[in-house]
Design a protein around this ligand. Structure first.
Ligand SMILES: [Zn+2]
Length: 138
């Protein structure tokens, strides 16, 4: 499948090539190097911004931080949610968070340490049952 998006220089939809380039990241007190993907127009060589690359780069940056800060990555959060057979909204409600909170974590937003702990508790079978019971009694 060809990669196509709008090129602002050609003023038309054009095919693009993807190049990986090193990126230095600094978030809070953590610094590290990672690779970002950039798109360039095949016709004119100009820079292009397909949305999927934006999401990819966000995850490179935020998951890179999470790995180094000892927090669950977006993939690990998704895996816990899938293990519980819940949608993003159901899992948010189960943990008594805002409806869109889990969706945001899975696409990049860095979770607080307290919520990281909460998600780990939902991953463990024993503590999952306790939360389930508490939610039933609400
Ligand atoms: Zn172009």
């Amino acid at each position: 499948m060809a990669n196509i998006t709008v090129c602002m220089y050609c003023d038309d939809e054009e095919e693009y090539v993807i190049k990986e380039e090193p990126q230095h990241i600094k978030i809070r007190d953590i610094e590290f190097d990672t690779m970002f993907k950039y798109a360039y127009c095949k016709k004119c060589g100009g820079d292009m911004y397909p949305s999927e690359l934006g999401l990819y780069n966000d995850l490179q940056m935020f998951d890179g931080y999470r790995e180094r800060a000892g927090l669950l990555t977006s993939k690990q959060i998704k895996d816990i949610r899938k293990k519980r057979g819940m949608s993003q909204m159901e899992f948010s409600q189960f943990l008594r968070l805002g409806d869109k909170t889990i969706a945001r974590y899975e696409t990049g937003t860095i979770q607080e340490k307290s919520i990281d702990l909460l998600m780990r508790l939902a991953s463990n079978d024993e503590t999952f049952k306790i939360i389930q019971k508490l939610n039933k009694n609400r």
